[in-house]
Design a protein around this ligand. Structure first.
Ligand SMILES: [Fe+2]
Ligand SMILES: [Fe+2]
Length: 184
């Protein structure tokens, strides 16, 4: 497997039109919207790229469809985050590695968070370990990049708008490549 931004872009070319079961958007739309939300919040280019690529593990994995629908956790945060470690800095890869932990943290620490989650996120939560214990929460927040992972998670949860206007697939992927170039 090639380690390059171009390879990641080719994955969106090939598989970006796949839909999440339980979400109203494609993989590419979710990735693009997440990157846009990061940009709108003034995130660094590295964190914008992290937002863009946080679910790349789903595309790197050979599993069909949405694995949580058949009770399988594809551990996409590690598949994607570990791949990104081979291409980009920790600023890009670590928030990706931690975006499921951030969800589990928010379920414990924010009483309104669980009900705000999408059907797919609720279905996958238990497979991913469920709510964190208090001890796990304090360990999580003390880790480097915890703040970035929490920001990313907030954008992730909002990047599922089926009515959001987006550029053509080619233009969205060109934006991804430009951002990646800035971060290499
Ligand atoms: Fe994810
Ligand atoms: Fe996501």
């Amino acid at each position: 497997m090639k380690s390059s931004a171009a390879y990641l872009a080719s994955l969106y070319c090939e598989k970006g039109d796949l839909r999440y079961d339980g979400e109203g958007v494609t993989q590419l739309a979710h990735a693009w919207q997440c990157g846009q939300l990061a940009k709108a919040q003034g995130a660094s280019p590295q964190l914008q790229l992290s937002a863009w690529l946080h679910d790349i593990g789903h595309l790197l994995s050979k599993k069909e469809g949405t694995p949580t629908t058949y009770g399988h956790d594809d551990r996409h945060e590690y598949v994607g985050g570990n791949y990104l470690l081979s291409v980009f800095s920790d600023e890009v890869s670590h928030p990706v590695l931690m975006h499921i932990l951030a969800k589990r943290y928010l379920v414990t620490t924010n009483s309104n968070y669980h009900q705000s989650l999408s059907a797919d996120s609720i279905r996958s939560l238990e497979l991913q370990g469920g709510a964190m214990s208090e001890n796990e929460c304090s360990q999580f927040v003390s880790r480097p990049f915890a703040k970035d992972a929490l920001s990313l998670r907030t954008w992730d949860d909002c990047a599922k708008n089926p009515d959001s206007k987006m550029p053509t697939k080619a233009d969205a992927i060109a934006q991804l490549l430009n951002l990646a170039k800035e971060c290499q």
